[in-house]
Design a protein around this ligand. Structure first.
Ligand code: FES
Length: 159
């Protein structure tokens, strides 16, 4: 079923949303990047039947997430930044880190924990095969915001 493939589906694009492209093209390419609303570089990707959107440049140091692999950590799908391998959950933009709950135990065990939301994620809507992104408007600063400036837009020409 068409509707089951995207984050949300409705009969008309949400107010203030921005057209990204045809779903079949995004599915075929796996990922696309767009300058949305003339102000924000966004990565839209398709993974296991779901569409996701997030800021394109990694919250750590601005690495281009469009070149990252997708891997599962604790059952959560993450994009792995190609620069320093930070893991970011696709659905929430949480940064994951590997914790050592008990440093004296042998064998040493590690587990993946969340640092909280570090990468701004955006809402994806599909309307009859057209994909739209609504930029996240939460007021609190998210670490990835700092790479959404003209400085980084012109420094990293990786579209
Ligand atoms: Fe992404 Fe460093 S820039 S991990």
């Amino acid at each position: 079923e068409e509707a089951a493939l995207s984050s949300s589906s409705s009969s008309s694009p949400p107010l203030g949303s921005h057209y990204i492209g045809r779903k079949e093209d995004i599915v075929r390419l796996g990922r696309v990047t767009r300058l949305v609303d003339g102000s924000r570089d966004v990565l839209v990707l398709h993974h296991r039947g779901q569409l996701y959107a997030m800021d394109m440049r990694c919250y750590h140091a601005g690495g281009g997430l469009q070149n990252g692999d997708i891997e599962e950590f604790n059952g959560r799908s993450c994009i792995v930044c190609p620069w320093h391998k930070y893991k970011i959950t696709l659905a929430e933009g949480e940064g994951l880190y590997q914790a050592v709950p008990n440093p004296t135990a042998r064998p040493l065990r590690t587990e993946w924990r969340s640092k909280g939301v570090k990468q701004r994620v955006h809402q994806v809507t599909e309307v009859r095969g057209d994909v739209y992104v609504t930029l996240d408007s939460r007021a609190e600063e998210v670490e990835s915001d700092r790479y959404q400036t003209d400085k980084y837009r012109t420094t990293f020409c990786n579209n």
